[in-house]
Design a protein around this ligand. Structure first.
Ligand code: HEM
Ligand SMILES: *[C@@H]1O[C@H](CO)[C@@H](O)[C@H](O)[C@H]1NC(C)=O
Ligand SMILES: *[C@@H]1O[C@H](CO)[C@@H](O)[C@H](O)[C@H]1NC(C)=O
Ligand SMILES: *[C@@H]1O[C@H](CO)[C@@H](O)[C@H](O)[C@H]1NC(C)=O
Ligand SMILES: *[C@@H]1O[C@H](CO)[C@@H](O)[C@H](O)[C@H]1NC(C)=O
Length: 391
């Protein structure tokens, strides 16, 4: 081969390589949120996606008692290289045991079913969590949602590490500040287990729970984490949905990480070895039995009553300013209005076609899951809002 020909064919191959890289980087991940994209981007991306009609959400469990869930059909396997895990120890556990797809990408319906099967999470709270997460962080066209971050390898990282896609780790949507075992996003990592914070979890369980994590510990630790964030995080945010989840999650660990065979004085007392297994490893303690009845937020009123911190945010370190405009734990309707009229409208100002259809279906599923929470949350007090008309 002449030198010239070699050079030409090399150039040709090189051009091919570049073109194929360009195509790869154009492929939009099927589980990444479309929120905030321009109309032009949407027009390019949506036709490349495998559009799905979201199925109706699963109903409650037929058998809703305790049972072995760490069974032979659901062995623990640590996540592999391409698998995503995130800030939720419950979902991480479900993925590590195969109740959710092990890659960490699932539909909201799969999340509800898995949370019920694997933890006996109550049907309606599971709906709220799954559809809120999906609307904020999921891909509404493909009906897929990632339970974590760091999923896409764009080649942009010199070490060849996957570049981050937030999924439910996206800060300021569902993921938020003052988590019990995860640091605030401001400090650089919003979703990984943090041993220092877990040591504090242990210390509080020893101090207020006789070596167990219970509602009394949850109340004190919730308050402590809020105080820590107020004192150190200039961007600390406990408004709206985060006010609701920050309190709710503290009792999730009592209600759903405690073995369902425990009754009487043992009920609601989570031992620290099990706590570490869930929070750090996303793993059932050996032979774990799920809760003995459908559950989720029971006891949250105890946690809130102990230290009733109002919703708000820091305007600079140590300057916590109350702000009720986005709702709170006890004012879900104000959250709902903010969520629809501001948050959703900003993410999707003018959806059309399959995106608009699926948005409307998911908004319906979300609204229908809420009324049980508060008596006031139902028509006529908090009527459904239709920002994109009706399907
Ligand atoms: C049904 C779908 C679910 C969704 C979409 C979901 C989502 C999330 C998200 C986004 C967070 C991070 C919030 C933050 O602290 O910044 C979180 C935290 C948490 N979730 Fe879930 N979750 C679900 C089900 C569950 C279940 C079934 C359990 C328990 C069995 C659980 C237990 C927890 C706990 C204890 C935390 C707090 C972690 C901490 O503060 O360190 N979740 N969840
Ligand atoms: C659990 O199942 C039983 C029997 O089907 C039913 O009567 C009960 O209402 C269920 N409990 C909850 C909280 O859904
Ligand atoms: C939170 O963590 C995810 C995953 O690492 C990352 O993509 C995201 O940028 C982080 N922060 C924010 C503000 O979302
Ligand atoms: C864990 O949290 C502590 C206390 O907030 C913080 O000082 C530390 O930097 C965090 N560690 C990691 C690895 O993020
Ligand atoms: C938590 O444990 C402590 C120590 O045993 C106990 O005094 C307290 O009553 C418990 N709280 C709950 C709500 O079980």
């Amino acid at each position: 081969m002449s030198k010239q020909l070699f050079s030409v064919s090399f150039q040709f191959l090189y051009a091919l390589l570049l073109a194929s890289l360009a195509i790869q980087s154009l492929a939009f991940p099927s589980y990444e949120s479309l929120g905030g994209l321009s109309e032009r981007q949407l027009k390019e991306i949506i036709p490349t996606l495998d559009a799905r009609v979201p199925p109706s959400p699963p109903g409650p469990l037929r058998f809703n008692g305790t049972k072995l869930v760490d069974d032979s059909d659901h062995p623990f396997r640590a996540p592999g290289p391409g698998d995503v895990r995130g800030p939720c120890p419950g979902l991480n556990t479900l993925a590590n045991h195969g109740y959710l797809p092990r890659n960490g990408v699932a539909t909201p319906a799969q999340m509800i079913q898995a949370a019920q099967d694997g933890f006996n999470m109550d049907n309606q709270p599971a709906h709220i969590a799954a559809y809120a997460a999906h609307l904020m962080n999921g891909n509404l066209v493909t009906d897929l949602l990632s339970i974590g971050g760091k999923t896409r390898n764009t080649g942009s990282d010199p070490r060849g590490q996957p570049a981050p896609i937030a999924g439910i780790s996206e800060h300021g949507t569902f993921e938020g500040d003052a988590s019990l075992t995860r640091g605030d996003d401001f400090f650089g990592d919003n979703h990984s287990f943090n041993q220092t914070l877990f040591d504090q979890f242990v210390e509080y369980s020893n101090r207020f729970g006789g070596g167990f994590y219970n509602y009394s510990v949850a109340a004190e630790l919730r308050f402590q984490r809020i105080q820590q964030s107020i004192a150190t995080n200039p961007e600390f945010d406990l408004r709206g949905f985060r006010h609701f989840t920050a309190f709710g999650e503290t009792v999730f660990a009592v209600n759903m990480f405690t073995d369902g065979r425990k009754t009487g004085a043992e009920a609601g007392q989570l031992d620290l070895k099990s706590a570490r297994s869930f929070f750090r490893d996303g793993r059932y303690p050996r032979g774990f039995h799920r809760a003995n009845k459908p559950t989720a937020g029971e006891g949250v009123e105890i946690v809130l009553a102990a230290h009733p911190v109002a919703p708000g945010h820091n305007v600079g370190v140590n300057n916590y300013v109350e702000d009720r405009s986005r709702g709170s734990m006890t004012d879900f309707c104000t959250f709902y209005k903010f969520f629809i009229n501001t948050q959703m409208k900003e993410m999707y100002p003018n959806p059309t076609g399959v995106l608009r259809r699926n948005l409307n279906l998911n908004l319906d599923f979300f609204y229908q899951s809420i009324p049980f929470l508060y008596d006031s949350f139902s028509p006529p007090d908090c009527p459904q809002i239709f920002p994109y008309g009706r399907n």
